[in-house]
Design a protein around this ligand. Structure first.
Ligand SMILES: [Mg+2]
Length: 234
């Protein structure tokens, strides 16, 4: 029986990855001014992954990775003006308006009457809390939990703190790696709502789909009806 529902934030409640794609495009244009050969976007992706262990997830981490990649690709020839440009791209990303995804508000409005809701997101604390406030969705949630990594350990810790039993917990999100696999691992349930644009790192192979605890929906608007059927079956 589902008694508590948690939502992922980025690309589940609001647009996220589009912002990063746009920044990648700006970065590529800038690099083309310096490079004689063609630009390979993999460089920046690789720097991002390499830096996760130093800076964690989020926009600030991405900004530092852009600067580092630019320094490497240009052999240190990048101009101070262009470094400043990259800093400004980063600051603009941090201040950009939060665009809530279609149907999200109606679904939260409906579900928050019947269930306690929370947000579980990974990334930078200041950035995620600020987006949460700017999204104007905070009234629907009991709390927001910002973690540095979404793994079985961090989910278990959150559930223990809120005194929620795993079998009564449902996680809704767009990432198999972060929102589904670790949640199933602790014996809770998950709804996977894929988005066309999702960071490559968030894909994983589901070796052993467990339909009883995990379902894939096309969009968030289908969640209340699915949940009602699920509860009746339970
Ligand atoms: Mg997400």
């Amino acid at each position: 029986m589902v008694e508590y529902i948690a939502f992922d934030a980025d690309d589940t409640l609001w647009h996220h990855e589009t912002q990063f794609s746009e920044a990648h495009a700006k970065f590529e244009l800038l690099m083309q001014e310096y490079l004689t050969g063609s630009y390979d976007s993999q460089y920046l992706f690789d720097t991002e992954i390499r830096n996760l262990k130093h800076y964690g997830y989020g926009v600030k981490s991405f900004g530092l990775s852009m600067i580092e990649t630019a320094l490497e690709l240009t052999d240190g020839r990048i101009s101070p003006e262009h470094i400043r440009f990259l800093v400004n791209v980063t600051k603009e990303m941090l201040a950009a308006p939060v665009q809530v995804l279609p149907e999200v508000e109606a679904v939260l409005d409906e579900l928050s009457g019947d269930y306690p809701l929370m947000v579980i997101t990974k990334g930078d604390l200041l950035d995620q809390e600020s987006k949460f406030v700017r999204s104007r969705l905070s009234e629907y949630f009991r709390c927001i939990e910002v973690v540095s990594e979404k793994d079985p350990f961090s989910y278990s810790r959150i559930l223990r703190r809120h005194r929620i039993r795993p079998e009564n917990f449902l996680m809704v999100g767009n990432s198999l790696r972060s929102d589904v696999v670790p949640v199933l691992e602790i014996g809770a349930q998950a709804v996977y709502i894929p988005r066309r644009q999702t960071w490559g790192r968030e894909y994983v192979q589901m070796d052993e789909p467990r339909p009883r605890l995990y379902v894939e929906l096309e969009h968030i608007g289908q969640l209340p009806e699915w949940l009602e059927a699920r509860q009746l079956a339970a």
